[in-house]
Design a protein around this ligand. Sequence first.
Ligand SMILES: N[C@@H](CCC(=O)N[C@@H](CS)C(=O)NCC(=O)O)C(=O)O
Length: 311
Amino acid sequence: MNELILHHYDFSPFSEKIRLIFGLKALPWRSVVIPSVMPKPDLVRLTGGYRHTPVLQIGADIFCDTRLIARELDRRYPQPSLFGANPPGLTAAVEAWAERDLFWPIARYVSGTNAEEVAPELHADRAAMRGKHTPSIARLKALAERSLGLVQAQIPPIEDMLGQGRAYLLSDAPGLADFAVYHALWFLKAMPIDCSAVLAPFPRIGSWMERIGSIGHGRSADMSPLEALDVAARARPARARPTDAAASDPPLGTWLALRPEEYVTDEIVGDLVYADRDELAIHRLDSALGDVVVHFPRVGYALRLIEKAAP
Ligand SMILES: N[C@@H](CCC(=O)N[C@@H](CS)C(=O)NCC(=O)O)C(=O)O
């Protein structure tokens, strides 16, 4: 059976969400450390253009975006469940809030506070990802100050969620909703200047974070980027499950270009091989790797039908 290969880097909060899922499910995995800024030639060879972090590789199947990676891991390894007895929609709602309204002010607060501590390339890369010019240090610091209020406004509701006699946000067992909120708060401590003082007045959050942190990351062993490419080249993509497409989806075989809606990053081009309520998967023929299938969540991705390029 193909190994779980995570392409990630240490200070990536979205990667921390997936590393904790490996811990909760006690899964063995291989760790490929990727650059935190472009260029990322080995990763992009696998994905066809997706440059975000993390990416999960299973043979010649490439899973992009933690919303899909989490659900794919839960489908393959259902115990313990990431959703527990809660309706999955409740978890998805908490995840969507945590990874947009909560996470981005935290990211701006931490990055601005650490503006002089991190490599200048990081600021340039993240601005370019959004189609913007590189901000000055003064602008980053001003943004950090403005973001602090938004961060502070959103922490008390988390303390409240832990105040109903539950050990975790939605129940007595840890799940995906916890990991989505945790990784946003975890980022407060991920850079040289620790920004976690904003959490000090909230004791329930403090002990919940300790409980989540103690779940750990499962068992990992390093793998080089070239070894990961070799795994993809030797494997064939898994046979697609029966498709459960929406009426508005293009037929299988249609050529598509996909990209994350919130960024101006490269599109990924291929033919549609699978669609269900949560996922779209496209097939690519790579000159070095052969057949690869790249999987995306449906939500959050812009999709464009294209003419197949002439051979
Ligand atoms: N919706 C994506 C967001 C991923 C994301 O924004 N990751 C950050 C790192 S934590 C990123 O890609 N930064 C730019 C990079 O690593 O190249 C997901 O859930 O995976």
